[in-house]
Unconditional design. Structure first.
Length: 453
């Protein structure tokens, strides 16, 4: 039994002092007590740590490479997408493993303890399957073995180039699956996860309503019992295409044709009308929000005020991974609401500060979307934990929810000192235990890819 002791800790019923947390040999929280004398490992501020619910690991190596305007005078998500297609065509399985290990390490150092990987890069350039259908899934799993992060792997079903069922374009050839082939790939991906710890999970990800047929969507969601994630209502052009092809807007069509429930995570949802926001919130599904990427790609602003007012659940992901910054994701979400509505403390509630509301939501929604028994310091849950630097000058004299407000709105992830994923101590004093080796492999990969765009 590992024993952690914290001067202050955030428990399910609020802040407590002198908190003793026991972690059993399986990586679960075995017991929690408050008002106890110091013992074991001593820490100033102990928090439950969230899952990163949406990531495309390979895009980390593109960070900073897409900030020049192309020949189109109006650069957009769609022009960025063409650059992404060109980049990924250069990636080998070894590249993907090195990139994934690096970004997972960054996630841990930022305070995330689980990587929910929306994984669609399946095949060799040109679309030829590898001898092992799940070669690329195995590389993500191997990266998680190096970094130690908890992993929820979501193999992606990517069937068509649009709602008219056109063939995938050259840049999409490495993604392509038909329902039967995807079922085999999904099974092989499960086998690739077998060497990882018990907190590993497998789900499915029908990419989007544009890329998957209605019958394909139904078939994919019957595979296993894990989470179901899908991009939904991210771009205006997407909404218009789905509406023209299926006679309804994406959210309307999904709710009318699928039994959406708490197993689902719908990613982005930046193009919803008020009635869609309320209806989707009522299903218990998680809205998977990626505010830094949504800002980068000009997706739009998710209506978090209305969503939370309707009892909706949300979580945070790093998506394109151009910045791995947990506190910044939360801050950007709140600031987007303030800019749109010309307000302040947009998501705060009576008795709960803005930072507390954001952090609680990320914990609950992230755990649900990851299919992970975590998100709180409570017996029986995985010991997904982080500490904040009690010596940080901005935290001096702060207490309770103000600690979260200060970290999220006045600080950054340099305040994160120690991180445990399912009880595994992976970050100490702000540094991942395998940082040097992981960074070296990533640097070599970047050097090889330096001319990819």
């Amino acid at each position: 039994m590992t024993v952690l002791w914290a001067d202050r800790a955030l428990l399910p019923d609020g802040w407590a002092r002198g908190v003793r947390v026991g972690i059993d040999g399986a990586g679960r929280i075995g017991g929690v007590a408050r008002d106890t004398p110091p013992e074991g490992e001593r820490h100033a501020i102990l928090l439950p740590a969230p899952a990163n619910l949406h990531s495309h690991a390979f895009q980390r190596a593109m960070a900073g490479l897409t900030e020049r305007r192309g020949p189109d005078p109006r650069d957009s998500f769609w022009t960025w997408r063409q650059l992404m297609f060109r980049f990924l065509d250069r990636l080998t399985p070894e590249d993907v493993e090195a990139i994934a290990a690096f970004v997972q390490m960054e996630m841990l150092e930022a305070g995330y303890t689980c990587n929910v990987e929306f994984h669609y890069l399946h095949h060799a350039p040109g679309g030829q399957p590898y001898d092992n259908l799940a070669e690329m899934s195995a590389r993500i799993a191997s990266a998680a073995g190096q970094s130690g992060i908890g992993l929820t792997l979501l193999p992606v079903h990517y069937q068509f180039g649009g709602c008219d069922r056109r063939a995938l374009g050259p840049g999409q050839a490495r993604f392509g699956t038909d329902p039967e082939g995807f079922a085999r790939l999904h099974e092989a991906a499960g086998a690739a996860l077998a060497p990882l710890p018990a907190d590993t999970a497998l789900g499915v990800a029908p990419h989007s309503l544009r890329a998957v047929s209605p019958e394909g969507l139904r078939a994919v969601t019957t595979l296993g019992h894990g989470p179901v994630h899908m991009h939904l209502a991210e771009q205006l052009a997407e909404v218009e295409e789905v509406q023209a092809a299926r006679g309804a807007r994406p959210v309307e069509w999904l709710l009318a044709n699928m039994a959406v429930d708490a197993r689902w995570c719908l990613v982005h949802c930046t193009q919803m009308q008020p009635h869609e926001t309320r209806a989707l919130a009522a299903t218990g599904a998680v809205a998977g929000l990626c505010p830094i990427t949504e800002s980068s790609l000009g997706d739009g602003i998710f209506d978090a005020v209305r969503w939370c007012g309707a009892g909706g659940r949300l979580g945070i992901g790093s998506d394109s991974n151009i910045r791995i910054a947990l506190s910044e994701e939360l801050r950007t979400l709140e600031y987007s609401q303030r800019l749109r509505d010309r307000s302040r403390a947009a998501l705060a509630r009576p008795g709960a500060s803005t930072g507390r509301v954001l952090y609680d939501a990320a914990l609950r929604g992230g755990a649900q979307a990851a299919g992970r028994a975590a998100g709180a310091i409570a017996p029986g849950l995985w010991a997904d934990l982080l500490t904040l630097d009690g010596a940080a000058i901005d935290l001096a004299g702060r207490d309770g929810d103000t600690l979260l407000d200060t970290w999220i709105f006045a600080g950054d992830d340099r305040m994160v000192r120690d991180v445990w994923a399912a009880g595994r101590p992976l970050v100490r004093d702000g540094r991942h235990h395998a940082r040097d080796a992981i960074r070296e492999a990533y640097a070599a990969t970047l050097h090889r890819l330096r001319d990819a765009l």
